[in-house]
Structures are given as structure tokens and as C-alpha cells.
Design a protein around this ligand. Structure first.
Ligand code: ZN
Length: 170
């Protein structure tokens, strides 16, 4: 989904691990959710049922919050200096993110993408598979050393060429 902010900024929510998105659980539900997670901990039913979504505009810092019926409400900050990362991970610069590499031999085209930590991200395009592989391994080792990597893979023509952490049983 996309939200067009009144400042004309665009809030795009199309992938997981959005740094400008968070979930709200009412204090009235909080202990029920904690108890439920301790008891079952697998399907997160009550957590999903009890949480609502909020987003922050990266341009102006406005908050958009869903009410219980899913209607979006806007909240304007009193100060223009409001942090733009209000909804980002509690781990801050230590947040573990993702690295992805793709190569399509037919098109002689590839790309490398990563988003980790507070602001450690990039998107690069390649016309050489060898160069993509070299850069992928370079970024993989760098992000792993920094301990800000959650998962990583390199696909060459749809085939998994590298994957971390390794899939179970492989
Ligand atoms: Zn805005």
C-alpha cells in the first residue's frame, strides 16, 4: 500500500522490515498478548488480532495510525525537529537487515541490494555476473563482521548460489 502524505511525501509499504512502520498494541491488551505469547508462541493469533499499524512520513515526520476499523488517522508533530526514525527498530544501528543479489544471464543484468543497521543500505546494478558475485561476497563479509545481517542470498538465474544462514539440512 501507499500513503500520500499531505506534505506530498510518499509512504510506500510494499516489503517487510519497513523502518518507518510499527505496530501498536493497546495497554489494555498488552498483558493478554504477553500471556498468549508465553503460552503458545507459535501462531501469534492474539498479537496479530490486537495490533494495529502506524507509519511515519520520512519527509515531515507526520504519523499515520489505523484505528480499530482500519481507518487511517493523521497526527502532525508540534515541532519540525521530530525524529524521522520514531518507528525504527529498538536495536537502532545494530538492527540486522538483509542482503540480496540477483543475476539474469539472458539479460546480462544483475542487481545487489541491502538494508541494514540504521542507514547502511544500497542498490547497485551490474552487467557482469563475476563482478556481482565479487561485490556480493564483499558486502556479505562486511555486514556479517558488523553483526548487522539477518539473512543473505545470491541467486544466479533463479538458482541459489549462496545463502546465509544455510537452509536446514543443507
Ligand atoms: Zn509528510
Amino acid at each position: 500500500m501507499k500513503i500520500r502524505c499531505v506534505c506530498d511525501g510518499l509512504i510506500v509499504d510494499q516489503t517487510d522490515f519497513q523502518r518507518n512502520k510499527a505496530y501498536l498494541v493497546a495497554d489494555q491488551d498488552w498483558f493478554d498478548v504477553l500471556d498468549d505469547e508465553e503460552g503458545q508462541g507459535t501462531d501469534h493469533g492474539l498479537l496479530l488480532e490486537s495490533s494495529r499499524t502506524m507509519w511515519q512520513c520520512g519527509e515531515c515526520g507526520r504519523l499515520y495510525i489505523d484505528d480499530r476499523s482500519g481507518t487511517l488517522h493523521r497526527f502532525d508533530p508540534a515541532e519540525t525537529t521530530v525524529p524521522r526514525d520514531l518507528l525504527a527498530s529498538a536495536r537502532g544501528a545494530r538492527w540486522r537487515g538483509n542482503l540480496r543479489g540477483h543475476w539474469w544471464a539472458g539479460a546480462k543484468s544483475g542487481e545487489l541490494w541491502w538494508q541494514c543497521g540504521e542507514d547502511d543500505g544500497g542498490w547497485e546494478r551490474f552487467t557482469s555476473g563475476e563482478e556481482l558475485e565479487r561485490r556480493y561476497l564483499e558486502e556479505f563479509r562486511r555486514l556479517l563482521d558488523l553483526d548487522i545481517l539477518r539473512s543473505s542470498f545470491l541467486r544466479l538465474d533463479g538458482e541459489m548460489a549462496h545463502r546465509w544462514p544455510p537452509a536446514d539440512g543443507h
